[in-house]
Design a protein around this ligand. Structure first.
Ligand SMILES: [Zn+2]
Length: 287
């Protein structure tokens, strides 16, 4: 009797999750190829869906510049790489120049980094208090100290921390394989380490009206400063140049979409604003 009762239950379980063993999450990450499903354009389409309140995702068109770069399956030129380096503020610019010719991370199986993941720090957390009036120059909001000294997490949670002034602190050099999503740390594990580079972009959070749980928070609007979009674009060009091909950009929330307790960052990210800054860096001189 036991056996008879158990078999249909097992069969139902397997038929309900036919692709479970091979593909993870909404963008269908494959454990063997360590890639999401589809062409680079299709992957970007899934990974750059707009992340809305409480982590809801909404499809949005890929900006033409991103389409062009990913369709070409090329790499940034030396001119583009130099434009990105020149855009960086000091002291990060000197640091980035020091490593400019070194390859970035790869996985233990030797697959090169392929994904550029954008986060928001969701920190500082203001609970029920209002956000400071001048977020882009507020000293507490834009301080890197909590990310550096172990307050935020034991080790720096990402390769890069980018504040609203446009200042950059490298928590880990891009050569170091580092994980910052549930997909990498909880689901695939160490095999995925090195496949993703991570940028934490400073944006505070506060509770939604009436909320008492960290699962119900909101970010400011607009979400990011112009300097942050400019530096995100420069970091994207720079890390892609070191990777030897245009990385596929994505968001933390879309990388982890479909995994329980997935984060909802970045909030209020304007893909068009990122694309405008990217265009400035990759446009070829006329003539
Ligand atoms: Zn994140």
């Amino acid at each position: 009797m036991m056996k008879l009762a158990l078999l249909p239950a097992l069969a139902a379980l397997f038929s309900a999750f036919p692709a479970m063993a091979e593909e993870i999450g909404e963008c269908r990450f494959d454990r063997d190829t360590l890639s999401f499903a589809g062409s680079p354009l299709e992957q970007a389409g899934c990974l750059l869906r707009k992340v809305k309140l409480l982590g809801e995702k909404e499809a949005q068109p890929l900006p033409p510049v991103i389409r062009t770069l990913l369709e070409g399956e090329t790499a940034p030129t030396a001119t583009m790489k130099e434009a990105a380096l020149a855009a960086f503020p000091q002291p990060y610019q000197d640091y980035a120049r020091q490593y400019a010719d070194a390859a970035i991370s790869q996985t233990e199986a030797g697959l090169p980094a392929r994904y550029f993941v954008i986060h928001d720090t969701s920190d500082p957390f203001y609970k029920d208090a209002p956000f400071p009036k001048r977020l882009d120059t507020d000293l507490r909001v834009n301080s890197f100290t909590s990310y550096m000294d172990g307050t935020f997490a034991k080790s720096p949670v990402a390769h890069i921390f980018l504040n609203r002034v446009g200042q950059i602190w490298a928590g880990h050099e891009f050569q170091e394989g580092w994980r910052a999503t549930k997909l990498e740390s909880r689901v695939v594990g160490s095999a995925a380490r090195g496949r993703f580079v991570h940028v934490e972009t400073v944006q505070p959070r506060r509770f939604l009206p009436g909320a008492t749980s960290r699962g119900y928070t909101q970010g400011p609007k607009p979400g990011f400063s112009k300097a942050q979009y400019r530096m995100l674009a420069a970091l994207y060009v720079y890390s892609s140049a070191r990777a030897g091909q245009w990385l596929i950009p994505g968001f933390h929330a879309t990388v982890d979409a479909g995994i329980p307790d997935a984060h909802d960052d970045p909030q209020n990210f304007e893909l068009k604003a990122f694309a405008r800054e990217l265009e400035r860096l990759v446009k070829q001189p006329k003539g």
